[in-house]
Design a binder for this molecule. Structure first.
Ligand SMILES: [Mg+2]
Length: 346
């Protein structure tokens, strides 16, 4: 077994702004796992929120020696070894996890959703994310997103109510709200959510900072909209700690280290009666297709990272009006294109 890496800069259609910053280019690292004449593809899309960037990912991945394992079928042995190299580095670990699962699906000639035996007949619609912007740009973006029936709106500025009122003048579509930890005062958070309750909102994601779990619990008892944990839940061990402060969790492959951990989180959430959402970072079709393989297990999906970019180096999942179609190709169902082949190995 051998790993090969490529660094690739995803270009965003629009500058993407949330409550803690903005970006126009998002670097990713594509992981290739070569074994037995098959190449499995994985992706690491690092986030500064979780102390990662392209250099930390590359440094971590270069420490991994997969040649000591016999086959990618040794999933637990390999991923436990990778986990024990260092803490954190979740997107780098995800890159390996996805490459292993892609390889296994290709070897077995089945999509990963079939490998897990999912019922693929009912798939939730994915939301389309609108970042924080000026009123003028917001109107433009919402018009551009006309084909998507479900939006996710980023909040967390001083003008949140004004922003919602602007949106409601243009569209009556339902949407989800993500405050990305911005509302630090619980009474202020309560006021914001009470306002949102009359605005055809589906849920509110991470209203308060990660370290204000008691305030979030207080808030949850007073509001009628579901609260979804994002920054508060990275991996499996975080779920029991937040189970009485939120109504659901946002699983992201890049936060949780990949498909193996995501499956554990899904089962644990079901046991605790928590709704399951899957979200994403700015990602290529490799990671978005990987997330989409788990669609049959989700209550909500926000898998739009690949439609927010203009230079996807892969094709895979199809997103038509927010309806994601899982490819029948084996593994993650992705294929590299000429942009990928034109990129050199690290
Ligand atoms: Mg979020």
């Amino acid at each position: 077994m051998e790993l090969k890496l490529k660094l690739y800069n995803l270009k965003l259609r629009h500058v993407f702004r949330i409550s803690r910053g903005e970006e126009s280019i998002a670097p990713i690292i594509i992981v290739e796992l070569h074994h037995d004449g098959i190449v499995g593809y994985g992706e690491a899309a690092p986030s500064m929120r979780y102390d990662e960037n392209e250099n930390t990912v590359i440094n971590f991945l270069k420490k991994i020696n997969v040649s000591k394992f016999d086959s990618p079928f040794e999933v637990d042995l390999i991923l436990n070894y990778v986990n024990n190299i260092d803490s954190g580095n979740s997107s780098a670990k995800c890159g390996i996890d996805l490459a292993i699962h892609d390889w296994i699906g290709k070897k077995l000639k089945i999509p990963i959703s079939n490998y897990f035996g999912f019922d693929r007949s009912i798939l939730v619609t994915s939301s389309f994310t609108i970042g924080i912007d000026s009123e003028e740009m917001l109107v433009q973006k919402i018009n551009e997103a006309e084909e998507y029936p479900l939006l996710k709106i980023k909040l967390g500025t001083a003008d949140d109510k004004k922003l919602i009122k602007t949106i409601r003048k243009i569209t009556d579509k339902p949407f989800c709200v993500d405050a990305n930890e911005a509302w630090q005062d619980k009474n202020y958070a309560l006021e914001q959510i009470k306002f949102l309750e009359d605005q055809n909102i589906i849920f509110v994601e991470q209203p308060m900072p990660e370290n204000q779990i008691d305030d979030t619990k207080w808030l949850r008892e007073k509001v009628n909209l579901p609260l979804i944990a994002d920054e508060n839940v990275k991996t499996l061990i975080d779920i029991p700690k937040i189970a009485n402060a939120f109504d659901g969790i946002n699983i992201k492959l890049m936060k949780c280290t990949g498909i193996r951990e995501a499956m554990r989180m899904i089962h644990t959430s079901q046991a605790l009666n928590l709704k399951i959402m899957m979200g994403c970072m700015i990602e290529s079709s490799v990671a978005i297709s990987a997330g989409a393989q788990l669609l049959p297990m989700l209550n909500y999906a926000d898998l739009d990272g690949n439609v927010l970019i203009t230079n996807d180096p892969f094709s895979g999942i199809k997103n038509e009006h927010g309806n994601l179609t899982i490819s029948d190709f084996p593994g993650l169902g992705v294929e590299p294109n000429e942009k990928y082949f034109a990129t050199t190995y690290l």
